[in-house]
Ligand binder design. Structure first.
Ligand code: BES
Ligand code: MN
Ligand code: ZN
Length: 516
């Protein structure tokens, strides 16, 4: 990953391949023209204060996502200036007035545009330590590339053909290397981004290489490195424990299911949070097979488990004063002679029976067991993350996740936490009248209900498996988990690492006593 440093160096004397500066669409006072953002004063000065005009001549406007490259002014050691758009200039454009998410996106866009370069200096408007963290995250997340399967690995020529290496080094100008808060911001951003990028790697790994067993092995190795306790329940243990949901979903695959429990404890913790992740390493739909056109990206169906894994490790690396348990419900949903059938009844870990009407509604089955397992420890709150329903994608599109909860204040707190870290989310209801659509003539509940409001129906199903009196939230990330379009901001094509930053933020808020 890109190496980050805080630097007090002045731009002209800096040895780097490029200097990144911010530009914005001016507020009304400048009649909407391009303005150079704070942080780039030295560069502007070397252009005799005419940099805004030069950039406008080149067609730049300051719009979000825009990249304009120009030769550095005479006397600069770096050969190139990269001007990146920040979008609209804030009303009061003093230092630090730029929104954290605007900085994060711009840094990500610039880092991606600089793929193939060794070192870049970022001269973006930095106000407080929060801005330092945002730019750091933007760089680390924007520079991400997944090339493990490009070329044959032994052939450097092939690798090169297939894409440029990510930006190797980034110096944040205007950062204070000896400032406690700035240093902490860099450390936090590094821990969160490295783990988030590892989640992206897992999501992008093809399902012939990532199955429940290999996923559990990767998680175990990484967690142990960071002092996190790991317990893996294999098929034998799941059978003994009566985890009928996870076993049922996994029964069609040659690769057996797993339930992985991660335990991070802090001696100073007053609260206990449990995260539960859907980890379907491939969702073919099972006997209710998905048609072509609906299964090509279904390696992403373990994004919830990947997010939970990343968040628990990040919490441990930051050393948060909160106990966090992560539950990864891992299975591959495949059709075969041993697969669960539409019409089967599963006895779940909670003891409830479920009539499986559609084997493609498998996520709620594995989550039900993991939610009940998490509930047995009576945590202060449980949050599950899942690529659960196509209905949520239809409702909110592919950049926003839906948030449901059994507590209105908790649902609002989750949406707010997401907003703080730059993740788009929206509160969704759990309408009671949709519950009866899941009534089953044979079992306690069916795994499908009305088609309308399918995302909410899934949420209502999950709610039945949360222990009495436990605060619970549910994030349906089916839309934003996997980006099938082109990269934007700090979001690459493919696995995005959706919900990781929201979960980390929830852990932080719980640690500081600001949640629950
Ligand atoms: N993994 C899918 C949901 C999904 C859809 C994730 C699109 C990402 C993108 C889930 O297991 C599923 O198949 N859900 C069904 C449920 C239905 C059968 C009740 C769906 O949403 O169609
Ligand atoms: Mn499915
Ligand atoms: Zn699924």
């Amino acid at each position: 990953m890109t190496a980050l440093t805080l630097s007090t160096a002045a731009a002209p004397g800096l040895r780097a391949d490029a200097i990144v500066i911010g530009v914005a669409k001016g507020a009304a006072s400048t009649s909407g023209g391009l303005v150079v953002a704070p942080g780039a004063e030295a560069v502007d000065k070397a252009y005799d204060g005419k940099l805004a005009g030069v950039l406008e001549t080149l067609g730049a406007s300051g719009a979000e996502g825009e990249v304009t490259k120009l030769p550095a002014p005479a006397g600069f050691k770096a050969p190139l200036v990269v001007a990146v758009g920040l979008g609209a200039e804030p009303e009061d454009p003093k230092d630090g007035a730029y929104d954290g998410e605007a900085l994060r996106k711009a840094a990500g866009v610039a880092a991606r545009a600089l793929a193939g370069s060794k070192k870049a200096a970022f001269a973006l408007p930095l106000g407080d330590a929060g801005d330092v963290g945002a730019v750091a995250e933007g760089v680390l997340l924007g520079a991400y590339a997944f090339d493990a399967y490009k070329g044959n690995g032994n052939n450097a020529q092939d690798k090169k053909k297939n894409g440029k290496a990510p930006l190797a080094e980034a110096a944040l100008l205007g950062g204070k290397p000896r400032d406690k808060e700035h240093k902490a911001a860099i450390e936090r951003a590094t821990a969160v981004s490295e783990e988030l990028n590892r989640a992206r790697d897992l999501i992008n790994t093809p399902p012939n290489d990532l199955n429940p067993e290999s996923f559990a092995a990767i998680v175990s190795a990484a967690a142990k490195e960071h002092g996190i306790k790991v317990q893996v329940l294999d098929e034998k243990a799941l059978t003994k424990g009566g985890y009928g949901g996870i076993l049922g979903v996994g029964s069609g695959s040659a690769a057996g299911p797993r339930l992985v429990k991660l335990t991070y404890t802090s001696s100073k913790a007053a609260k206990h949070l449990a995260f539960v992740g859907k980890g379907i390493t491939y969702d073919s739909g099972g006997i209710s097979l998905k048609p072509a056109g609906h299964n090509e990206t279904m390696k992403c169906d373990m994004s919830g488990a990947a997010a939970v894994f990343a968040a628990v490790v990040a919490a441990a690396r930051i050393g948060l004063d909160v106990n966090v348990t992560g539950w990864l419900a891992l299975a591959e949903n495949m059709p075969s002679g041993s697969a669960v059938r539409p019409g089967d009844v599963l006895r779940m870990y909670s003891g409830k029976t479920v009539e499986v009407l559609n084997t493609d509604a498998e996520g709620r089955l594995v989550l039900a067991d993991a939610l009940w397992a998490a509930s047995q420890e009576k945590p202060d709150a449980i949050v599950d993350v899942a690529t659960l329903t196509g209905a949520m994608v239809l409702a909110l599109g592919n950049r926003t996740f839906g948030v449901m909860a059994n507590d209105d204040a908790f649902r609002s707190a989750i949406v707010e936490a997401a907003e703080e870290v730059g993740e788009a989310s929206w509160p969704m209801p759990l309408p009671e009248h949709l519950r009866k659509g899941m009534d089953s003539p044979t079992a306690d509940i069916a795994n499908m209900g009305e088609r309308m409001g399918g995302g909410l129906v899934a949420g209502l199903f999950l709610r039945e498996f949360v222990g009495e009196g436990i605060t619970w939230g549910h994030l349906d990330i089916a839309g934003p988990a996997f980006n099938e379009g082109g990269p934007f901001g700090y979001t690459p094509k493919g696995g995005t690492g959706s919900a990781v930053r929201t979960l980390v933020r929830l852990a932080e808020l719980t640690a500081s006593g600001d949640l629950g």
